[in-house]
Design a protein around this ligand. Sequence first.
Ligand code: SF4
Ligand code: SF4
Ligand code: SF4
Length: 186
Amino acid sequence: MNSIHFAPITDQIDALLPQTQCGLCGYQGCRPYADAIARGMADINQCAPGGRAGITALANLLGRKVIRLNPAFGDEQPRLLAVIDEAECIGCTRCIPACPVDAIIGASKQMHSVIVGECTGCKLCVVECPVDCIEMQPATGINYDPNQARKRYQAKLQRQAALEAKKLERIQKQKQLLAKIKQPQS
Ligand code: SF4
Ligand code: SF4
Ligand code: SF4
């Protein structure tokens, strides 16, 4: 069966996932996990950010029994928000590519900040920081829109794919040029 066959159910599953894009489920993001569930390759209890409410929603959608969150994939906890200690930030930019939803702004040797309403709380930036100036705090009272997070995640993936395609094209052109130069003159 091809991926088109699974697309509608994958969409429905993805719509129930929190779009934190943290990878705790063992997949690169919410969409790949949704796809794995749709294909019967992953169970419904691997998303710690979604917690019990998420498992219940998935069980209802798929006509399955509600099961406990598998602790191998993390513990349920309240949504978090990354906060950068701007006085400590050295502007290395390492956190920017780590963020799956482009929620960090900054430039080389400048202080960086988190766009509060866009941070999913995935924690992926924390390990990248060489000076430990990113702290996760409870995101209490901060609005979060999973649909917006999904859009930002997809936009980032598309941008990365376009950059990768351009890079490959450049390498291909260089190879062709080198091959031309190496051709013996007649
Ligand atoms: S929120 Fe994290 S653990 Fe849950 S599905 Fe998305 S990437 Fe996986
Ligand atoms: S700022 Fe950090 S915690 Fe927030 S979404 Fe980006 S990588 Fe995840
Ligand atoms: S990784 Fe840390 S030090 Fe580097 S730019 Fe990000 S917050 Fe600043």
